[in-house]
Design a protein around this ligand. Structure first.
Ligand code: SF4
Ligand code: SF4
Length: 107
């Protein structure tokens, strides 16, 4: 089957098991990311964890702040050209993708 990321967006939300444990550092932003290198963007979109690492800010429901739209209907990444490497590497159809989709009732 086809995995249409512009319909889905499930992996752009912190998984339930992370949320249950208060884990917020779901999407890593590292120094090699353009988002990290541009101070204004980094301050706007990321937070710095106590250990010094940076991660995408999340909404109260666990969605990445850059995610627009409705998961499972129509979504887009508001910083697509600047999105972190970890987002670029997540391939549709992989186990992480399927796990995220399953959490949102997407086959
Ligand atoms: S969970 Fe899979 S299909 Fe959905 S947006 Fe992420 S990579 Fe794309
Ligand atoms: S930066 Fe974009 S692609 Fe990455 S988790 Fe956030 S909305 Fe999704």
């Amino acid at each position: 089957m086809a995995f249409d990321c512009q319909v889905c967006g499930a992996c752009c939300r912190n998984p339930r098991h992370n949320r249950a444990h208060g884990i917020q550092d779901y999407v890593d932003v590292v120094p090699s990311d353009r988002l990290f290198q541009r101070r204004g963007l980094r301050d706007r979109w990321t937070f710095r964890a106590p250990e010094g690492t940076h991660h995408m800010r999340l909404r109260d429901d666990g969605r990445c702040v850059a995610l627009d739209g409705t998961i499972g209907r129509f979504v887009s990444c508001g910083i697509y050209a600047q999105r972190p490497e970890v987002c670029r590497k997540l391939e549709p159809g992989t186990p992480q993708c399927r796990e995220a989709r399953a959490e949102h009732g997407l086959s």
